[in-house]
Design a protein around this ligand. Structure first.
Ligand SMILES: O=C(O)CCC(=O)C(=O)O
Ligand SMILES: [Fe+2]
Length: 213
């Protein structure tokens, strides 16, 4: 169907050295991405994990790929299965992998080979406090993050928690890549505002692709 509001080609906005926003890169594939997320969640449901500090995360999570990120009272970890059910994660769909590799390449990381995809689901009010992605063994490869559904404000900071942050509105189909000198920058998501997205309903979804091992 011809969509008069959906005819813009992706464009890029640099965030920092090694960090790039590729606006709308995933938009024309969003329906199949969301369908695959639903399929993954049918077998490995979204869960609100407990942090090592004992807090229930407002973001609900599942994973696909060889490894998945989880958290419990003992700490953060990557594991090949869902801890409570013992179920392995479903394979990373090829179209997920292709999108992540193409985005990384466009951002200057031509050899991205993700083995983990964390799938975050934000309901209105859900947020992710400032953190570094540092549970991976390999910091040479970037993080590729794909936003779908409701918009949210992404905070992109420095290398200390208290450093100043940039605030960037991430919208449906936007992809952010950070690696190289920006790989360990703090980042987070402000509470998602209520809304209804035509494809994703009352949620924001985010896929983050990582190389763990
Ligand atoms: O939801 C986002 O845009 C960021 C997710 C994130 O930082 C993470 O999963 O580690
Ligand atoms: Fe993160």
């Amino acid at each position: 169907m011809l969509d008069l509001f959906n005819d813009e080609a992706p464009w890029t906005e640099p965030l920092a050295e090694g960090a790039l926003i590729i606006r709308r890169l995933a938009r024309d594939r969003a329906e199949s991405l969301l369908a695959a997320i639903n399929e993954i969640a049918a077998g490995n449901p979204f869960e609100h994990r407990i942090t090592p500090g004992g807090h229930r995360m407002s973001v609900a999570m599942t994973n696909c790929g060889d490894l998945g990120w989880t958290s419990n009272a003992r700490g953060y970890q990557y594991s090949d299965r869902e801890p409570a059910s013992g179920k392995t994660w479903p394979p990373m769909p090829e179209h997920f992998r292709h999108l992540a590799i193409a985005a990384a390449e466009q951002a200057g990381f031509p050899r991205f080979n993700p083995d983990a995809c964390l799938i975050n689901r934000y309901e209105p009010g859900a947020k992710l406090t400032l953190h570094q992605d540092k549970d991976e063994k390999d910091f040479h490869q970037p993080i590729v993050s794909v936003s779908l559904g409701l918009p949210a404000v992404f905070l992109f900071g420095g290398f200390e928690r208290g450093d100043a942050t940039q605030r960037v509105l991430l919208e449906h189909g936007d992809v952010v890549v950070w690696g190289g000198p920006s790989r360990l920058r703090f980042h987070g998501i402000l509470p998602v505002k209520p809304g209804i997205h035509p494809l994703a309903g009352a949620f924001r979804y985010n896929l983050t692709f990582r190389r763990v091992r």
